[in-house]
Ligand binder design. Structure first.
Ligand code: 5AD
Ligand code: SF4
Length: 466
């Protein structure tokens, strides 16, 4: 089988460009990196930050200080695209006062031809654009732009994708780490733009993944999340008989005080073997994000999801049989083209049946180039909105009753930081990914503590340290 690992010379070439940019630039320049969208984008931004630091930039959160701004965009819904475009628009004035400022855009949104063209014509202050499969060439493109002062647009339309190993990385957290195990998607769900902007499914070699996780465990990382659009098809492009469940088992042999998470799973590929490994391995968080999208078999078919509601429910049943305390979350799309009141009622009834620990619900958003965008019977916004409200209401009831049921129980929490609303409070997440607030000292950030839950509301739990 053929892998998509880029030849080491191609990466070395980029290291040479990193050195050239460093020489070319005056000292003391700063870079600001802005990330939209999913964890994969966050992981990509950590690579962009790694390359920027190697090129001599220090990272800044203050955009006004920046000499280089990189906007890493998302395309999964229109809302995310419009937000990135409007923020980019706000940067126009910065260039008036700082002529040397370089503005770059990358990620999923700009990997679409029509968006790239729009940026070319309507955002003249954006200096360069690079698509997701060109991420590793960031140093070369930046160098080109610095010496020529010409605008550059790098996309590989129709590119199948690649895997750049060995890029520098600056991780944004010292206790939570992302590890991409594969890139791209082959599923072509009819609503989704991801396969068009991130190329075909390709897996990293297991040795590379294990090496990265060993290093993270040694550095004391407490939570490691494996990333892929469809982690359950890990290895299909590389190995005859080595799958995601095997990879998880191998990772769990790596010593360290960390908890392992993964996302995202596709129900068509989630295997009983995977669930068995989860149940057996202590290091794996008992938490499963399993996007349903719709509870109607007819809509699932239209979405090209390749599973039925019955199959999905059977997976949930098996998970709960093996791990009675498991938390399950999901993604739901409301208002997919042709969704009838009856179809939507099927989604609600499945929600009632499963009693999810959390749901992420989205109004269907038309994506250029996808099959669903040109389907008949697009649902009017007011109908979508009204269904969305009903969905939220139902899930709110479930959340509230689940959160209240935790009162009096103790929980292990990974402390993530100070609460946004109250500086004396800390906030963390439980194994089941529940948000927990409690009073405590900031020295606890990055540690695991035990908390007794005293209160539960719609969105969070409150507790006290014990
Ligand atoms: N409209 C609305 N939601 C979408 N998602 C993906 N594409 C669309 C779209 N066109 C949602 C799915 C997916 C999550 C990451 O985003 O629920 O699981
Ligand atoms: Fe999009 Fe479906 Fe691939 Fe997920 S599995 S990224 S929803 S096409």
């Amino acid at each position: 089988m053929k892998d998509k690992i880029l030849a080491p010379e191609l990466i070395e070439r980029q290291y040479a460009y990193m050195a050239r940019v460093r020489e070319w630039n005056p000292e003391g320049l700063k870079a600001h990196i802005l990330t939209f969208g999913c964890q994969q984008n966050e992981a990509d931004s950590e690579r962009i930050a790694g390359m920027a630091v190697k090129m001599g930039y220090t990272l800044t959160d203050t955009v006004e200080e920046a000499d280089l701004i990189v906007i890493n965009t998302c395309a999964v819904r229109e809302h995310a695209e419009l937000k990135a475009l409007s923020i980019t628009g706000n940067f126009k004035h910065l260039k008036k006062t700082k002529k040397s400022l370089v503005i770059a855009m990358c990620g999923c949104m700009v990997s679409q031809e029509h968006r790239k063209d729009r940026i070319k014509s309507s955002y003249p202050y954006v200096d360069f654009v690079f698509g997701t499969t060109r991420l590793y060439t960031f140093p070369e493109i930046l160098f080109d732009c610095l010496i020529s002062r010409q605008r550059k647009f790098y996309l590989d339309a129709g590119d199948e994708g690649n895997i750049p190993e060995g890029l520098p990385v600056v991780r944004m957290s010292r206790f939570k780490a992302w590890v991409s195990i594969m890139y791209g998607c082959n599923n072509f769900c009819t609503y989704c733009v991801v396969p068009y902007v991130r190329g075909r499914e390709r897996s990293r070699h297991r040795e590379e993944i294990l090496k990265e996780i060993e290093a993270l465990a040694k550095e004391g990382y407490r939570e490691i999340t494996l990333l892929g659009q469809n982690v359950n098809s890990y290895g299909k492009d590389l190995y005859e008989a080595y799958d995601f469940a095997d990879l998880l088992s191998d990772i769990c042999r790596i010593e360290g005080n960390y908890q392992l998470r993964f996302m995202t799973s596709h129900p068509k590929d989630a295997s009983y073997k995977l669930i068995d490994v989860m149940a057996r391995e202590e290091k794996i968080a008992k938490f499963f994000h399993l996007p349903l999208q719709s509870g109607s078999n007819r809509i699932l078919k239209e979405m090209n999801r390749h599973y039925t509601r019955e199959h999905y429910l059977e997976l949930v049943r098996y998970m709960r049989e093996k791990m009675p305390d498991i938390s399950i979350s999901t993604d739901i799309i409301v208002g997919f083209p042709g969704e009838t009141e009856e179809d939507f009622a099927d989604t609600l009834s499945l929600l009632r049946e499963v009693q999810y620990d959390n749901i992420y619900s989205f109004l269907y958003s038309k994506r250029v180039g996808t099959k669903a965008a040109v389907m008949d019977c697009q649902i009017p916004d007011d109908v979508k909105g009204e269904r969305f409200e009903r969905l939220l209401q139902l899930q709110n009831e479930v959340n509230l009753s689940k959160n209240r049921a935790f009162v009096g129980k103790t929980m292990e929490i990974l402390v993530e930081g100070q609460s946004k609303t109250d500086k004396n409070r800390l906030t963390g997440r439980s194994e089941s990914n529940r948000l927990v607030h409690f009073e405590g000292d900031s020295t606890l950030i990055g540690k695991r503590v035990t908390v007794r839950i005293t209160e539960g509301d719609l969105h969070a739990l409150f507790g006290e340290l014990i």
